[in-house]
Design a binder for this molecule. Sequence first.
Ligand code: ADP
Ligand code: ASP
Ligand code: MG
Length: 447
Amino acid sequence: MYSRLFGAALPFCAELIFDNAHIIGTAPLIMGRLVMKFGGTSVANIERIKNVALHVKREVDAGHDVAVVVSAMSGKTNELVGWAAEASPLHDAREYDAIVASGEQVTSGLLAIALQALGIQARSWQGWQIPIQTSDAHASARITGIDGSEIIKRFKERKEVAVIAGFQGIHEATGRIATLGRGGSDTSAVAIAAAIHADRCDIYTDVDGVYTTDPRVVPKAKRLAKVAFEEMLEMASQGAKVLQVRSVELGMVHNVRIFVRSSFDKPEDINPHANQPPGTLICSEEEIMESQVVTGIAFSKDEAQISVRQIEDKPGVAAAIFGPLSEGNINVDMIVQNVSQDGTTDLTFTVPASDYERAKDIIVKSKAKIGYTRLDTATDVAKVSVIGIGMRSHAGVAAQAFAALAERNVNIRAITTSEIKFSLLIDAAYTELAVRTLHTLYGLDQA
Ligand code: ADP
Ligand code: ASP
Ligand code: MG
């Protein structure tokens, strides 16, 4: 769907020479088109917005066409979400979107002003003005299409920088503002990069790249030079919030090269004509020469466990459990079913902590249909996931983890595996211990 909607009417600009950039990876672009996305910490106050403007100026001066995507100032979206909940805990999602989208409106205007003050032609854009079209799933809408033609026209006619409010779009049929879910500015940035055929999408954040695990939790974490889309997709969906999952999906589908880097590098120290400063390139697997067995470890405390006990082991039981959950729009993650011994079985699954009460309620209401005798639940659980494309060709990677965690007395509640990842559900109190243990076990610690 995206390939149809994105850029079909926007031919590749043959007059620009991008070849070097494609071949050399993160080598400097020679007059290209860039999307630069700045997260909340990077635009936290006016001083930082002025610093962001200098980063943008550097790329403009180097001759690039630049579209900037900004988040709200850090803490702003949380504050807005809090206000909506304070006004009424159960509120209309369309109004929630009207409220929370305002954070990005402010920063886009401020950055446009800061750029103009540096003598750069710049204009702010809200999602509806471009437009960035979305579905009507308010608070977690998906982008369905972007018309990048006006932005491209202005690049050509006046070298104008587009400063775009991230996180938001418009559901055209209703004309309502919709937001893309928390962390959604990453997705705005990658989608815009696809729509305007950018050569690269730079994600400027408060860390200088993607690390083997969250560097704030494991100081020995190492920065990765390159990560394959598929691995990044797993890392993001298993809890590494450095990129929103959807942004990686879009990058993979449209082959947008994503470069994660720090906005705290001093703009004046960076020579856009020299090699790029530190960062992590998210790219296709073929570009990665050597891959480790394990690339990274992600974790999430946003989990809740529900165990449905002593259900009859017969066809239709799983459907009776997961059907109503899916109708309730609840994302089920790990699912583990025991082999039955006496004609009954147990089924355990996890849901996001924020959906726990609703999920429990649905299972209780479906009790007669499911036919279980007991329901056990836990909210103080965490999921630790080990990710690496090298796992495809290496056996016994998970077995090593089980032994190492047993030695540390960490009990494993549930296990799931896929081709390039395995996940373990453990007590939340052991999260840091488990992540550090596995980080060392797989040789990821910095020397
Ligand atoms: P922004 O506001 O710029 O979007 P986020 O807070 O959303 O930034 O994402 C950056 C944060 O992601 C980092 O500060 C870091 O704590 C966290 N993070 C989690 N896992 C990783 C990882 N594997 N590599 C780098 N950062 C990570
Ligand atoms: N401001 C939004 C959030 O905090 C979107 C983003 O920053 O990516 O979730
Ligand atoms: Mg983010």
